[in-house]
Design a protein around this ligand. Structure first.
Ligand code: G
Ligand code: G
Ligand code: MN
Length: 399
């Protein structure tokens, strides 16, 4: 579809708001075809008589049919339009309406807070006209089968890659997250989504994690000898937290490379701590007593709050990339990120923002007072052989 044909409808019971929005939209997106409606009923009537528009801006607080009721009618008609909620309602209301849209399987593009600003409309137009930059090409691969993961382990087809984590206070390099890759003889490069699940399913994830960690520790030992001051973060599947000997096994491995435990951050997802059982708490606490750091990974993908996580011995929270990217275009989500940051400071936890792809993302989290960041804007995950020269370049240019 050519952009010139893009239909944008807006529904708001206030003539003044409609006028302001139409004016701003016309200025920012002169080619869009704009239609205004004074009520949800008018909009639904038009929807019965014509094709659905690409975009609908919806006011929540309307006399007669309110925005939530309109959403329900749109869902009943399996509306495929992208929706933008535009409202002066408190941020927590906007957030819960966001959840409602997800539950109704409506496509919520974002929210705009009233009074509407030029910036909000500019961001919206940019988002519609230039959809988010896709991830660099990643092959979509079917999950590896049991014989394939076994062979990959035996033949050392797995190897670690490293993505930098930057301290935003002074642009210094804090360390790297270790991510696993697999080079398969016939399928080529296989992403983790296609093998982590298989490794878990066939009970091989522990073996893989320790193999991967050992390779990473060997690399780290070399970098420390070169005078770099680095920490590593590794991902732990929930399954590893079911084995009470995990702390001893990790200590033994680090001892054999003479790496202090404090150089290692262990990342565990939010969901694997949900309803934490005694075994997991036992393991997490003993890891912390030994000096390991613990991070909550993918924070923002479920409902847990920092207050609840405070009961667990984590010192770092990693904000999920989807959450960060939504915050760039969705004011309610941005407010949520900011309040998470504030709460983290009060609880003395460090925050790492993931998935920073652009200068805009960097600025947003920097201004919000975030401690650290990670993402393609700094660097994509790289192989061990590239790490030294990347570190030198970073120090020369940015630090
Ligand atoms: O590496 P990305 O580039 O594709 O990783 C995708 C997902 O796979 C992420 O959620 C990441 O946490 C997970 N992942 C990557 N490497 C490992 C690993 O070695 N162990 C576990 N458990 N998860 C990993
Ligand atoms: O463990 P976790 O789920 O946080 O894994 C990080 C994942 O995010 C990996 O798959 C990594 O390759 C990916 N990633 C890292 N930086 C970026 C980024 O800037 N944008 C996107 N879309 N993905 C990223
Ligand atoms: Mn991670």
């Amino acid at each position: 579809m050519r952009q010139a044909e893009l239909q944008c409808w807006l529904v708001d019971d206030s003539p003044t708001v409609r006028q302001v929005l139409l004016h701003l939209l016309h200025e920012q997106a002169p080619t869009w075809q704009l239609h205004e409606f004074a009520s949800g009923a008018d909009l639904l009537r038009q929807l019965s008589n014509s094709r659905a528009p690409e975009l609908i801006l919806i006011d929540l607080n309307m006399a007669g049919m309110d925005g939530v009721e309109l959403l329900r009618h749109l869902a009943a008609r399996s509306c495929k339009s992208q929706l933008v909620i535009c409202s002066g309602a408190p941020v927590r209301v906007l957030q819960s309406v966001g959840e409602l849209c997800r539950a109704l399987q409506l496509k919520l593009l974002g929210t705009i807070l009233k009074p509407v600003t030029m910036q909000a409309v500019t961001d919206l137009v940019r988002l519609v006209e230039q959809p988010q930059r896709a991830e660099p090409h990643r092959p979509v691969t079917a999950p590896l089968q049991v014989h394939e993961v076994l062979r990959a382990l035996q033949q050392h087809q797995f190897y670690p890659v490293y993505q930098p984590i930057i301290d935003l206070r002074n642009n210094s390099l804090r360390g790297f997250e270790v991510l696993s890759r697999c080079i398969h003889p016939s399928r080529g490069l296989v992403p983790p989504d296609a093998f982590i699940g298989s490794l878990e399913k066939y009970g091989l994830i522990q073996l893989h994690t320790f193999d991967n960690l050992e390779m990473a520790l060997r690399d780290l030992q070399g970098w420390l000898e070169q005078g770099l001051d680095l920490e590593l973060s590794v991902n732990l599947s929930p399954q590893l937290l079911d084995d009470l000997t995990l702390p001893e096994q990790l200590c033994q491995l680090l001892d054999s490379y003479q790496i202090p435990y404090t150089r290692l951050h262990l990342e565990v997802t939010e969901s694997s701590c949900a309803g934490t059982v005694a075994t997991r708490l036992d393991i997490l606490n003993r890891l912390v007593l030994r000096g390991f750091h613990l991070s909550i990974d993918d924070f923002g993908t479920s409902f847990s709050s920092l207050e609840r996580l405070q009961e667990l011995p984590f010192d770092t929270v990693k904000l999920d990339k989807g959450y960060i990217q939504r915050a760039l275009t969705d004011e309610a989500c941005r407010a949520s990120v900011e309040s998470t940051l504030m709460m983290a400071r009060r609880l003395d936890m460090r925050i790492v923002a993931e998935g920073i792809e652009t200068l805009a993302g960097w600025n947003m989290i920097h201004n919000a007072g975030c401690d650290m960041c990670q993402g393609y804007y700094v660097a994509a995950p790289m192989q061990a052989a590239q790490v030294l020269s990347w570190c030198q370049q970073w120090q020369q240019h940015y630090h």
